[in-house]
Design a protein around this ligand. Structure first.
Ligand SMILES: [Zn+2]
Ligand SMILES: [Zn+2]
Length: 127
């Protein structure tokens, strides 16, 4: 398990640990710094609805094998979150330059923020 070697003002290890109960926490530090930077830009509380995921949990929630959420074979570089101003949050996430995956799942009411280093260009989408 990776330790956070940086202090995050607005996020803690518990909310970034896999939700299946396995206790797995393994995040890419650069991604966490970007997430905190985004939180400062948003200037608004964020509820993490899906952080890193072990392989089994990623499968269980329908994540693809290459998901940036997957944190068992590599550090996670994605979170899903909810807040009370989603349109504003989506707009700021796209403009921030901090993530190359920003997907607003309107019906499910969450925004995916991802950093996929194998991807060229940005993937911004409202679903
Ligand atoms: Zn798990
Ligand atoms: Zn996601």
């Amino acid at each position: 398990m990776t330790k956070i070697n940086i202090a995050l003002k607005n996020f803690n290890k518990e909310e970034l640990t896999c939700k299946c109960g396995c206790g797995r926490f393994n995040f890419d530090e650069e991604f966490l710094i970007r997430l905190q930077a985004y939180r400062y830009i948003l200037a608004h509380p964020m509820t993490i609805t899906s952080p890193g995921r072990c392989v089994n949990h990623n499968k269980a929630v329908g994540g693809v094998d290459t998901s940036c959420h997957q944190c068992e074979t590599k550090p996670a570089t994605a979170v899903d979150f909810w807040c009370t101003s989603m349109a504003n949050a989506y707009d700021k996430a796209c403009k921030s330059g901090l993530f190359n995956e920003v997907i607003w799942y309107k019906a499910k009411n969450f925004i995916h923020l991802g950093l996929d280093r194998n991807q060229t260009g940005n993937y911004f989408k409202i679903n």
